[in-house]
Design a protein. Sequence first.
Length: 404
Amino acid sequence: MSLGKTNSKPGRAPRILFYSHDTFGLGHLRRSRALAAAITQADQNASALILTGSPVAGRFTFPRRVDHVRLPGVTKRADGSYAARTIGMGIEEVTELRSGLIQTAVQQFDPDVLIVDKEPTGFRGELLPTLKYLQKNCGTKMVLGLRDVLDEPEVLAAEWARKEAVEATERFYHEIWVYGLQSIHDPTQGLPLSAAAQSRIHWTGYLRRDLGPVGEPPQQPYILITPGGGGDGKAMVNLVLSAYEKDPDLSPRAVLVYGPFLSGELREDFETRVAALNGRVTAVGFESQIETLFAGAEGVVCMGGYNTFCEVLSFDKRAVIVPRTTPRLEQWIRASRAEGLGLVRMLDENRDGLTPEAMIRAIRELPHQSLPSQAIQSGLLDGLDYVTDRIESLLTWEQERATG
């Protein structure tokens, strides 16, 4: 018995499905959540379901008519290989399990639009059976969503060749959305996409973060220190703490958000150092409502992930970005382009040195930086509006096709 749909269902409320592989960090889930919220807010009848491998998905609040299905988690080992995060299965087995769960969810939810974040074939190709099923049986419109920067062109080209991602993009996806502006960076540079595929690219602009309901901020003034998910934030957090330890007059005080992936052992060490600073630095655990801390901050010291960058722009905060450079140069590319445009200040390892003295200077100069709004160009933060317009177009096209 086929579970596929017979074209679109004009009498049914729209259903949008997001796939977010989420092997590490928070970026993919938070991007999907922001998009789902905007789409369901723009269309009061629409529902969205997010398939995610994030181990902290349950700690987020989701808007009305947005829900999530948690896929079994995987984790990356130090040697670059993957393993199941908790269940006692080999990586092949857990990938097969995830793949089956994805296909079942797709068949039951029966989406009008599928939006895939970053990985055209999914984690280890787990999405391919579902893409083939949808192409054969359903009228679902398939969209590949890419952040503004993926990696260096030659590194990305090799990665996509290994994953057969170019072929999948050409074959399955009706549209490609880049959540940025071509004038800032082209993430598909270096990929051998056909002219037909390139014509399906839409440059949406960055995804503005909605202030939403903001709680009471901590005692002001303060600067916000955020390493994002925290899994790779050890060096940045250590640098900030070292700056406050070295300069007893450094101000304003700092509020540090560890992130959910900072290891317990590291956190204990940092807690001891924070306590010794007598209130000049205070720390909190993972904040799913980090918007409140952003809104009340005088400035931000952060890493250069996509979501944090969007928050810096959306909340119009002076920022010092300390980008990671491994395992990929994505954050450094984004931060250097943003610094060149006058949106942020970057602390660059080779140019500035990652020393306590360099961080002290950066924090002291933070109040004198220009606000991002003084440099923002037209369309830079229009991503959510652009996406909701595209969804409306895709749904209208599908409905006309079904009834025409």
